[in-house]
Design a protein around this ligand. Structure first.
Ligand SMILES: C[S@@+](CC[C@H](N)C(=O)[O-])C[C@H]1O[C@@H](n2cnc3c(N)ncnc32)[C@H](O)[C@@H]1O
Length: 428
């Protein structure tokens, strides 16, 4: 029997069952993956001794609390891949810019609220806890810090609460930096008790998020939300519905961090994309129609760049110069990636050289022009920055609105809006 012949696909109740599961979980990922879905469903049908799809759907519908058959089904359907300090550039921006900025803004109320939405087994939330602890230092006990991890998968949450991780989950944390985050534990590592005490894990389905928080809503007034590698499983209408809901859960000037492949037009109405070295961050727009409260004054990243410190978690290895075994054609993307690493390592001149090399090899390389513009602007070369941003904009002429920009994390429309904003600031 080939996979395409899965008997469940011939069950007359399959289409309805599939529709219901995708509507409840948002996992549109399975829309065109019937064989994969059927295989997972088959395991649950067998475990429940359900005769067919209609019988299994009846079981699900009878589970009003969501803790009966929905739980193991969600366990079959969700993917919990996660690791500490995933996307180091985003964590660097958090540590150097977003957290210092937020702590300064909230100094009067001494409260900090962070949400890891779709936290899986918790590495992301614990990474945040480590950063907050380092950022507040001795002031930590005087602050009300909320770090919330939520997920649709209760088994992941139970694992997250235990705080036990394998070596693999720590692959991006240099051995010398691990002691601040973990200690040896069962199966490898255990998160340090002081960090475990900072994080709360609760069950939540993002599809159930209401458009606006209710009074005293536990999911409200966040300074920073991380919702990364979750929305890749959702479809465009779900994303379009979720983007303003996430914005509504942020304070004015709050930040949203999403995965590399998750940007795009749904975020533009409610968030302003902001460029940090190697990462795009989203700041809640001030002109959202549903403004709830106005606190503090947000700052653009380039204004806070003076507070940047070298990365404590991970040193960027500079590869030893060794001649390649055979000459390869020069790759503009490789130069671009080098430039990002060099910018992280605060080697601006070498980064500029690498970016110019990338542009020399590919004049239409929008992201390289963008990074060059940002680098020159930070150095105070406003004329150079203006030229580079204009070049980046020119490169986008060929792209459709929703088309992803090569080597970027965002769509052409998003990059265009980012560039127009940068040019406006430079000309002001
Ligand atoms: C690949 S993990 C990402 C974990 C972490 N955010 C990271 O980037 O390392 C995706 C997580 O999203 C969760 N998820 C999927 N659909 C969800 C939903 N509708 N509501 C809440 N969480 C969901 C999954 O259970 C899974 O734990």
């Amino acid at each position: 029997m080939s996979r395409a012949d899965h008997p469940l696909l011939r069950d007359p109740g399959y289409a309805l069952l599939k529709r219901r599961i995708l509507a409840v979980t948002g996992l549109a990922y399975f829309q065109d993956k019937d064989e994969a879905l059927a295989e997972r469903l088959q395991r649950r049908l067998a475990a429940c001794r359900a005769a067919g799809c209609a019988g299994y759907l009846a079981l699900l519908e009878a589970d009003s609390s969501g803790t009966g058959e929905w739980d193991p089904l969600v366990g079959e359907l969700t993917i919990g891949e996660t690791f500490f300090f995933r996307y180091s550039q985003q964590f660097q921006a958090l540590r150097d810019q977003l957290l210092p900025e937020t702590i300064a803004r909230n100094a009067a109320g001494r409260s900090l609220r962070l949400w890891s939405a779709g936290c899986a087994t918790g590495a992301e939330a614990y990474s945040l806890a480590a950063l907050v602890r380092a950022a507040l230092g001795e002031r930590l006990s005087e602050w009300r810090v909320t770090i919330l991890g939520t997920d649709i998968n209760r088994a992941f949450l139970a694992q997250a609460r235990r705080g036990e991780f394998s070596e693999w989950a720590l692959r991006d944390v240099a051995p010398a930096d691990r002691a601040a985050v973990v200690e040896p534990g069962p199966g490898g590592w255990r998160v340090r008790p002081e960090l475990r005490g900072m994080v709360e894990f609760r069950h939540h389905n993002l599809i159930d998020l209401a458009p606006e928080p209710a009074p005293d809503d536990w999911l409200a007034d966040f300074d920073i939300i991380l919702c990364r590698n979750v929305m890749i499983y959702f479809d465009q209408p779900t994303l379009a519905a979720l983007a303003p809901k996430l914005a509504a859960r942020l304070v004015s000037h709050g930040w949203l961090l999403i995965g590399h492949a998750e940007g795009g037009t749904p975020f533009q109405a409610d968030f302003e994309p902001v460029l940090a070295p190697g990462a795009i961050l989203y700041q809640r727009r001030q002109d959202r129609r549903t403004e709830r409260r106005a606190t503090g004054v947000g700052q653009r990243l380039h204004r806070t760049a003076a507070t940047a410190r070298p990365a404590p978690w991970r040193t960027i290895a500079t590869p030893a110069p060794s001649p390649p075994p055979a000459p390869l054609p020069p790759d503009p993307v490789a130069f671009y990636q080098d430039a990002l690493a060099l910018r992280q390592a605060e080697q601006a001149e070498a980064a500029e050289q690498a970016l110019r090399r990338a542009i020399y090899l590919d004049r239409g390389f929008a992201m390289a022009h963008l990074q060059l513009g940002d680098l020159l602007r930070r150095r105070g070369d406003l004329a150079g920055a203006l030229k580079a941003f204009t070049n980046a904009l020119r490169c986008l002429a060929e792209f459709g609105e929703d088309q992803p920009v090569p080597a970027g994390e965002l769509s052409a429309a998003e990059l265009r809006s980012l560039l127009v904003g940068q040019l406006r600031q430079l000309r002001a």
